[in-house]
Write a protein that binds this ligand. Structure first.
Ligand code: 13P
Length: 344
């Protein structure tokens, strides 16, 4: 394990006010998003779509790294260039999702554990050989009056730490993603309480597993009320309130040695996710010991898919939509985003 190389990669991923493009949807998830728009769900359409993303002009002005899925890291563009080589040539650091998805946690109805530790050492070696420089693992935590259970928090924290240690051993920066889900009617305060508990447990496990904090990135949820909560549906929670709750929570849990916190979007609209990231920098910017940036999937890609719809004639317009969303988030990282930057 080369600590300097890990630190260099982690630092580069959050440098220059850039963020990450998460394009690591599993095949079933990608197909589900295609199906919703009537796009054929086969390998060729997935390949064409991912080529559209990685060949977007000037993407590296705002995007530091892209998270790929196993299928994509092995695919080539139409002219025969490996997708990963396209990213590297553009100055975008390639990474890879390495978890094997979420499964019901035995004995814990309604809760999930992320699988994928078996054989992970070999898979990480393979991905490093293919050119990946970082790896991502997502755990999900459901919220209700009774959930999450201690058992769920601890099992996922342990798996995240085991994966992170193996990633660093292979020379890949771990992006640790403990996602507290937005599903449910819980309040902002409850999300904050759960997020804090989940992250405390995870950082304790990262310490136990001897993970180098300077060589990892945290990918958390923003602290937001549940989608079915009165706070959410009434729109009474402002971007400033979410920014304050999120940063207050992270300041309690994320050691200053961690170079970056790259938020997931988690079902927020693209504009909401950008506005809230912006509010973190406007209202809390002087208090941040680490970079606070984005690692969005839906909040970067949904407008792209809505325009593309599987039609090659829409490729350029779709790429322009990706550029615009990436530019808006790049501005948000400096607290310089304005709604007027949105396309008319
Ligand atoms: P969203 O931004 O759509 O939440 O996705 C982030 C991600 O990488 C999920 O693992």
């Amino acid at each position: 394990m080369n600590n300097h190389a890990l630190i260099d990669t982690a630092t580069a991923l959050v440098a220059d006010n850039k963020g990450l493009l998460a394009m690591d949807e599993s095949t079933p998830t990608c197909n589900k998003r295609f199906a919703a728009l009537g796009i054929p769900q086969d390998e060729d359409f997935r390949r064409t779509y991912r080529e559209l993303l990685v060949t977007t002009p000037e993407l590296s002005d705002s995007i530091s790294g892209a998270i790929l899925y196993d299928e994509t890291i092995r695919q080539h563009t139409q002219d025969g260039t490996p997708m990963i080589a396209v990213l590297i040539a553009a100055g975008i650091i390639p990474g890879i999702k390495v978890d094997a998805g979420t499964h019901s946690l035995a004995g814990h109805p309604g809760e999930f554990i992320t699988e994928g530790l078996d054989g992970l050492r070999e898979r990480l070696r393979d991905y490093a050989r293919l050119g990946a420089r970082f790896a991502k693992w997502r755990a999900v935590v459901a919220v209700s009056d009774d959930l999450p259970s201690r058992g769920c928090i601890e099992a996922n924290a342990h798996a995240l730490a085991r994966y992170a240690a193996l990633s660093q051993e292979a020379g890949l920066v771990p992006i640790v993603e403990p996602e507290v889900l937005m599903d449910g009617d819980h309040s902002l305060a409850r999300c904050r309480e759960v997020t804090e508990a989940v992250q405390h447990a995870m950082f304790a496990q990262l310490h136990s597993q001897r993970v180098l904090l300077e060589g990892l990135i945290l990918k958390p949820n923003m602290v937001v009320p549940g989608k079915d909560s009165p706070e959410y549906t009434s729109g009474s929670v402002t971007a400033e309130m979410i920014a304050e709750a999120t940063i207050d929570c992270m300041l309690r849990t994320v050691p200053a040695a961690v170079p970056g916190v790259a938020f997931l979007s988690g079902g927020q609209t693209p504009e909401q996710a950008t506005e809230r990231l912006n509010a973190m920098h406007v209202h809390c910017g002087t208090r941040l010991p680490w970079a606070a940036t984005f690692s969005f999937s839906r909040a970067l890609q949904q407008p792209v898919l809505d325009i593309w719809r599987g039609d090659v004639a829409n490729t350029q317009a779709a790429q322009r939509a990706l550029q615009q969303r990436a530019e808006c988030n790049h501005a948000a990282r400096r607290g310089a985003y304005l709604p007027s930057m949105e396309p008319a």
